[in-house]
Design a protein around this ligand. Structure first.
Ligand code: NDP
Length: 335
């Protein structure tokens, strides 16, 4: 497989903390970074051992021999950056939420299709061994027919991330597009089912401003009839995370597993008792980039595709609509 040359669109925390390392660990090369500010681009490049730096998307796409872009700018920028990248013939790994509207996200997917480039969405949690072992256990019938799921994803937003997420609606801030979209993707992956209807309530406890929610609870119905509940927050310091699926023959109890790190425990509880299911603790982002490199080489698909990103965005937008009007909202299922 030829070395994939990556261009970073967005001098972001997630690129620095997880993605640059994942690209290098899987044989990729990070050749340039683009930031809206030339000084920030240069400083980010120097701090992360990247040669190229620019404040122009066009130059990132044209001047550095880039094969693929990783888009981790603030959310309102994803659309135009992805479409420009597709038109330049670059493969695209885009952060969630793909965009701020379904129309924009569909336009991104369509541009990639038209250009014949690979497009993926960086939903990391489906790459966790913990969630993979849950999915396999359900497929193997270990809990019978899944009836209900519960997702606990209320965390405390670290001080260094308390920027646009809590004060900029125009950038797609707020807990719903930040965290609840991950719940939707993880539920879809573990259950192999799609959400069709949601009722939601949001909260603003004072951390977020500008009318943005810093916590949300949802009740969701899936196509199979399964019902689920989710709780996401920026404000819960000590809640811990979890993911449970309850079936006719047993329950899967995941603890501490809604994480960027490969951690957590999965316990299977049935009439025979309780036992922990072992799983392989591989880096979630390394798995994402490895699958993306393989997809570029024509082997399989990205871990989460553009369509997966459309589904999670559809869920997030339906949650916001329901929280706004107090009614159950039907979630769009096909794009
Ligand atoms: P950051 O706030 O770190 O970066 C987003 C943008 O903000 C950057 O592209 C940069 O713009 C600007 N920025 C960052 N730091 C500064 C600064 N000190 N001064 C001025 N501007 C700054 O965002 P995140 O890394 O937290 O998130 C980026 C994207 O990734 C979002 O879409 C988010 O939803 C997603 N994300 C996904 C995760 C996952 O696990 N899949 C986890 C975390 C985030 P510029 O490039 O123009 O300089």
């Amino acid at each position: 497989m030829a070395t994939v040359k990556w261009g970073l669109i967005g001098a972001s925390n997630i690129a620095r903390e997880w993605m640059i390392g994942a690209m290098r660990e899987t044989g990729g090369e990070v050749v340039a970074v683009m930031s809206g500010d030339a000084g920030r681009a240069r400083a980010f490049a120097d701090a992360n051992g990247i040669l190229g730096a620019t404040d122009s998307v066009e130059r990132l796409l044209g001047d550095f021999g880039v094969d693929a872009v990783y888009i981790s700018s603030t959310n309102e920028k994803h659309r135009d950056q992805a479409i420009a990248s597709a038109r330049a013939g670059k493969h695209i790994l885009a952060e969630k939420p793909l965009a701020l509207s379904l129309e924009d996200a569909i336009a991104m997917r369509d541009a990639a299709r038209q250009a014949g480039v690979v497009m993926g969405t960086n939903h990391h949690l489906r790459n966790s061994g913990a969630h993979r072992v849950m999915r396999a256990a359900i497929k193997d019938g270990l809990i019978g027919r899944p009836l209900a799921a519960r997702v606990f994803h209320a965390v405390y937003l670290p001080e260094n991330l308390q920027g646009w997420r809590i004060d900029n609606p125009g950038a797609g801030g707020g807990v719903v597009l930040d965290i609840a979209v991950h719940d939707a993707d993880t539920l879809r992956f573990v259950l192999d089912d799609d959400p069709v209807e949601v009722t939601a309530m949001t909260q603003n406890s004072g951390m977020a401003g500008a009318g943005l929610a810093d916590a949300v609870m949802t009740s969701v119905r899936f196509r199979s009839g399964l019902i689920a509940q989710t709780h996401d927050a920026f404000t819960a310091r000590f809640a811990g995370t979890g993911f449970e699926v309850h079936g006719t023959l047993g329950s899967l109890i995941g603890r501490d597993c809604m994480s960027q790190s490969a951690k957590g425990t999965i316990t299977l509880v049935t009439a025979d008792g309780a036992r922990q299911l072992p799983w392989e603790p591989a880096n979630l982002y390394v798995r994402a980039v490895d699958a993306f490199h393989k997809a570029i080489a024509g082997e399989g698909a990205p871990a989460a595709t553009a369509e997966d990103g459309l589904h999670s965005l559809a869920f997030g937008l339906a949650v916001l609509e329901s929280a706004g009007n107090g009614r159950a909202v039907v979630i769009r299922e096909s794009f």
